[in-house]
Design a protein around this ligand. Structure first.
Ligand SMILES: Nc1ncnc2c1ncn2[C@@H]1O[C@H](COP(=O)(O)OP(=O)(O)OP(=O)(O)O)[C@@H](O)[C@H]1O
Length: 302
């Protein structure tokens, strides 16, 4: 039997009289990239902090790498990587020195099959900081600094990596490089990655699975494709006819296009169908939830 890397059942969290999580349940397999989405204040950080062992839940069962995070020891912690929002200390350290220094902590936790830490120069190349390896951290740009945060998070070659809004503040180029890096990490090392983001295009691009947390529960769980099929959103069909551009919403774009081409077999050009995006799906699901129409049946089965 394969053990889930993350296994959460009936997780509840109450701060004082404020019930934040009301029975959260989800799992993640080895090598999966899972994006946790949800409105501000939904409880994403709370959930992740519980998984990291930094916060004790009010009740529920949580297993991370087969261990209850509340009782995880140093061996367990060495298999986790955590990238929080950027931290500002270590400004006078140089990139290579800091990574080498932090990596030494993980040496005792390495095995022949899974040596730890990362070789420092290989790690620096992996995150694209080779040219900046000798620079002081205080002199890095925001995007370079964020790559260093990721390098710090993965220096111990974690089995499970938590990324909290990893690309906030990135320019499009840095964002694309970062997406390539996440794909490489999950492909090459089979690293399981749980990330939070408010960028739905990013979630769609990176994640094998999307979890939407709202009102203290997971209201949707599935691949980006499964989720967009779940919500019957309208597609948009665009075309040019007699030199004029037309845009038409269609519930069933295939039937619409078939009719259109049937009626005008020769004078339609520049035909495009825009399927609903994850953003449309997300808005529809959260809105449906907030208006009280969501029920357990909305959750896309694992
Ligand atoms: N230490 C705390 N004590 C009391 N309430 C808290 C504490 N931490 C978080 N909360 C409350 O719990 C709720 C969930 O917060 P959390 O930070 O987990 O949400 P989030 O989904 O990560 O939000 P965001 O997208 O804004 O980062 C919020 O209402 C917040 O005010």
């Amino acid at each position: 039997m394969t053990v889930l890397i993350i296994d959460v059942r009936d997780l509840r969290m109450r701060y004082g009289t404020n019930d934040v999580l009301h029975g959260v349940a989800f799992g993640a397999d080895r090598g999966e990239v899972v994006a946790l989405l949800g409105p501000n204040g939904a409880g994403k950080t709370t959930t992740i902090e519980i998984l990291e062992g930094f916060r004790t839940p009010s009740s529920g069962t949580v297993r991370v790498l087969g261990v209850d995070p509340a009782t995880g020891d140093e061996h367990w912690r060495a298999k986790l990587g955590v990238v929080l929002q950027s931290w500002r200390d270590h400004a006078r350290w140089k990139v290579r020195e800091l990574l080498h220094h932090l990596g030494r902590y993980y040496t005792p936790y390495g095995t022949t099959e899974h040596p730890r830490p990362f070789d420092t120069d290989e790690l620096i190349a992996t995150v694209g900081l080779t040219e900046h390896a000798g620079k002081k951290i205080g002199s890095l740009s925001g995007g370079q600094r964020r790559r260093l945060d990721v390098a710090i998070g993965i220096v111990g070659k974690p089995e499970l990596l938590f990324l909290d809004e990893p690309t906030a503040g990135f320019d499009p180029h840095a964002r694309r490089d970062f997406h390539d890096l996440v794909h490489r990490l999950s492909d090459i090392d089979g690293m399981t990655i749980l990330l939070t983001t408010h960028d739905l295009a990013e979630a769609e691009k990176l994640a094998d699975r999307i979890l939407i947390l709202a009102g203290g529960r997971i209201i949707a769980d599935g691949s980006p494709d499964q989720l967009s099929r779940r919500v019957k959103a309208t597609s948009e069909v665009r075309w040019t006819q007699d030199g004029r551009r037309h845009v038409h919403p269609a519930e069933d774009a295939t039937a619409f296009v078939r009719d259109l081409l049937g009626q005008h077999p020769t004078d339609i050009s520049e035909l495009e169908v825009r399927r609903s995006t994850l953003e449309d799906t997300y808005m529809a699901l959260v809105q449906r939830f907030e208006s009280g129409h969501a029920d357990e049946a909305e959750v896309v089965a694992l």
